[in-house]
Design a protein around this ligand. Structure first.
Ligand code: AMP
Length: 249
């Protein structure tokens, strides 16, 4: 069974995000970029399926400018077999990404497609669901356990107050939650080996997909600065401040 994994290049989660002075967008100049953490979990799960002998090949795909090849190489170093970059200068919207992935699913015919549940930059949480709808495939989102059994996959999902287990007919779309696994670190020999693994570059027009934006971003605003705290002498003063200054009592 072939596994297709979609990976996104995002700002590293350790970076404190800055907003451009004109509030038009987040400032990406000289900022450390990384593999979206949920995509890293998706790659790890696919590689574990291959190590168990369940998957025969792990193909990773990213849609974006040439720089996404860096994240594709990281995924190859983590154990993926080959990579596809769908080249576009603009940052694609979830619907565009889902359309590209749909075409690749038709071409590659994977038994399982794994995405992150969410990209940590746009916080969209849409692409996996849209792909499942376009490709008319069963989906299980927010997976915390994945077990492939013959023609089906059992997926455990963390839901409010407990766990839900679903059985899906393969092929299926899964999106990963944080507790699905703990991704490995790429070893130096594997980073070197990844440089030689195949990486194909595809044009969205060749797939017949139009990635023109449909959403206009009006403004990006940073969170309000935190106010400094004050020390109070006693409970009476605290209650007074809560009543008369904060006006929360
Ligand atoms: P989102 O719907 O943007 O929150 O993203 C959910 C998941 O869709 C990500 O974790 C990736 O697996 C996939 N995805 C989103 N954008 C891209 C992209 N540009 N290239 C490849 N995969 C993507």
């Amino acid at each position: 069974m072939k596994v297709l994994v979609a990976v996104k290049r995002v700002i590293d989660y350790n970076v404190k995000v800055r907003v451009k002075a004109d509030h038009s967008d987040v400032d990406l100049a000289n900022v450390k970029m990384a593999l979206n953490p949920f995509c890293e979990i998706a790659v790890e799960e696919a590689v574990r399926l291959k190590e168990k002998g369940v998957a025969s090949e792990v193909v990773v795909v990213s849609i974006g400018p040439k720089a996404v090849q860096e994240q594709l190489r990281t995924a190859l170093a983590l154990g993926a077999d080959r990579a596809i970059q769908v080249e576009t200068e603009q940052s694609p919207e979830p619907l565009g990404v889902a359309k590209v992935l749909h075409k690749l699913v038709e071409q590659e015919q994977p038994g399982l497609i794994i995405l992150g549940k969410q990209s940590i930059d746009g916080d969209n949480n849409q692409t996996g669901q849209m792909l499942a709808a376009l490709a008319n495939l069963p989906q299980a989102t927010f997976a915390s356990e994945v077990v492939v059994e013959a023609e089906q996959v059992k997926v455990t999902r963390e839901v409010d107050g407990g766990l839900q287990t679903l059985a899906l007919q393969l092929p299926a779309v899964i999106t990963t939650d944080l507790r699905l696994n703990e991704p490995r670190y790429a070893s130096l020999p594997n980073i070197m080996k990844a440089k030689k693994k195949p990486l194909e570059v595809v044009n969205p027009a060749d797939l017949g997909v139009d990635l023109s934006p449909r959403i206009r971003q009006l403004k990006v605003t940073p969170p309000a600065e935190r106010q400094g705290g004050v020390k109070v002498a006693n409970v009476a003063e605290l209650v007074d401040k809560l009543k008369n200054e904060a006006k929360v009592l």
